[in-house]
Design a protein. Structure first.
Lengths: 341, 341
DNA sequence: TCAAAAGTGTTATCCTTACACCCATGT
DNA sequence: ACATGGGTGTAAGGATAACACTTTTGA
């Protein structure tokens, strides 16, 4: 044991750090995530596109964030404004390459917000609607159909598949609370918990990609329903991003990092609805943001969209000084569905 | 042996990851952080005690968290319950050792909550009241005296010391919003922002320890007032912990990870006050926690403390299922000071 | 004219805050 | 008796959710 210490100091304690950025933007009512198209379509088992990322250069990068900005600039040409560190993932065997003796992946995930105006994709890039990867998270047109018809029975099967009774109870309980079944309520922030659960239950493509099992035909169908997969654990990072953002808009004015300098109240509402995945009560929403002093009128109006011209507003920076936790309250509407707006 | 280590680091992309844990517990009205006493009193420049920590073993640890638990168990013998990853720090030159050619530090900071009952210190350990390291964060007996008398003028000097006018304005603004001066409000969650500001202004001991400057006598006095320093960037990790916890108690039932299985409402209130650094309104606090269904009576009573015996309560686990964001609302009291309770 | 979105007004209800007050125990 | 903490009642004010309704544009 002690003998090999020297060796393990060399080989065991050193890792490469990968820096990954989830670039988020909003276009109209669509929340977008920037993906790089499959670069090395590669060995079988590799799935989907991935986030911009690259190794941390301990010699030349002064901070982790600096390294990240360097990679993003290089790979996407997009100037980053708001950047926030999210989480550091170090689980073994998330990456199929590692099974074949590749390096142990430790990746630091970042959230970066991109203004609508800076949103322009080059060839190797694509701004993908994030609900393409998380269909069950979009409740704007009512409860997602696949939730009850596909996911519920599939998870039920997973619950029952456990040999131990106590374990079945734990699984059932977990499924109920994260998905809001049987009296529990749907919490739109628990994106990661839901994804992890589906992963463990083998219901998302990545679960098969890591080589634990080979999916049968039925499972393949489910994969088609649980949305587009991404490289390595990037979809997990996106889940973290979604949850974090959904929480954060409520108590920090991050939403304005995604908006153009001036915007109508309806644009603002749509942007928030896009992130939250639920619809808001229009009249009360307007009153709230006005009342809380989050925005101020610019005097200009916008004559675009279908109806009456809307006044343009801008973020009122002073709220940051005035209020401890300035964010957008979410006056949720019960019966979703844009129709009855 | 050190040779081979240094050499392999030369490649640039390989780093050692340090895992650090901030173990938090509450004893009565005192929030505690576990420190290991100065182990290598060491080269000058090294300051104070530090958090339990150790390198991540990429070969043997399945996850980062597993590695962390291994180190904590080894160094403190304390069984960890609730563990949460906080932040990954990778700034250069936080560690004076690094200036002398040591390895580039990348440290992943964790928050771990320890129950009062498991709180027992061994020889090398000490449970330190966290306000010893952050005196200005404790508002329970009113606004901290040193805030206006010492920190305000010292920060004013820092603001004025900048050559550029626009920079002075930025600094002034930052000081005002983080410390709640000139019309801004004190936000008890901005612990890290306040610490970082003091660090940049050279008003905490660590700022000198990294070798950027040598403090004069007046500065030494200020250091004595800005609280006990810690190893490396551990005080920064503690600041992150404090801010995170203060935010989190409001929307997640984490406080109960710190309480014994049963407790009186006053104990619960004291615990929350300890973390939040402010006093709460007793009557309304009781109603809130009862009303929100966070606790349930056990039937037993406790006959200790000065007054009438108090009923013992326990955490009601079901809230997690029922409510999306169960936490303790904080009915703050305006004029602080325990006296008028 | 109608559809679509911009806005205003009003009410019932709940939540928060503040104050006043009584209860049970140990010294 | 009184200090200390436990515990209840209640009323004013504010915030929220739901509803109905008017206004202004483009097609």
């Amino acid at each position: 044991m002690k003998m090999s210490k020297k060796q393990s100091l060399k080989s065991g304690f050193e890792v490469q750090i990968e820096l990954s950025a989830a670039l988020v933007a909003i276009e109209g009512d669509s929340p977008r995530i920037m993906l790089l198209r499959d670069q090395a379509p590669a060995a079988k088992g590799a799935v989907g596109a991935g986030l911009p990322s690259g190794p941390f250069d301990a010699v030349n990068d002064r901070t982790l964030e600096e390294g990240l900005r360097r990679w993003v600039a290089q790979q996407s040409g997009i100037p980053l404004g708001y950047v926030e560190q999210l989480y550091t993932f170090g689980d073994r065997f998330r990456d199929p390459l590692e099974r074949r003796g590749g390096p142990r992946p430790v990746s630091v995930g970042y959230l970066a917000l991109v203004r609508q105006s800076d949103l322009r994709a080059r060839d190797a890039e694509v701004w993908s609607d994030w609900y393409r990867h998380f269909p069950w998270e979009d409740w704007r047109t009512g409860p997602p159909a696949t939730l009850d018809s596909v996911l519920a029975p599939a998870l039920k099967a997973w619950v029952d598949s456990s040999g131990e009774r106590s374990d079945r109870i734990r699984r059932k309980d977990r499924a109920d609370t994260t998905f809001g079944w049987n009296g529990a309520t749907w919490d739109n922030e628990r994106v990661l918990e839901r994804y992890e659960l589906l992963y463990e239950a083998g219901l998302v493509a990545e679960a098969a990609a890591d080589g634990r099992f080979t999916p049968d035909e039925r499972t393949q169908l489910i994969f088609a329903i649980t949305g587009a997969a991404m490289m390595k654990d990037h979809r997990r990072i996106l889940a973290t991003v979604m949850g974090r953002l959904r929480g954060k808009i409520k108590y920090r004015p991050v939403i304005f990092e995604l908006m153009p300098p001036t915007f109508t109240l309806f644009q603002l509402q749509q942007a928030i609805e896009a992130l939250a995945g639920t619809l808001l009560h229009k009249q009360n929403f307007r009153r709230l943001v006005a009342h809380e002093g989050l925005v101020e009128p610019t005097g200009q109006v916008q004559t675009l969209t279908g109806g009456r011209p809307a006044e343009l507003f801008q973020f009122r920076r002073d709220v940051i000084r005035e209020r401890p936790a300035p964010g957008v309250r979410l006056p949720v509407r019960r019966g979703a569905g844009r129709s009855q707006l």
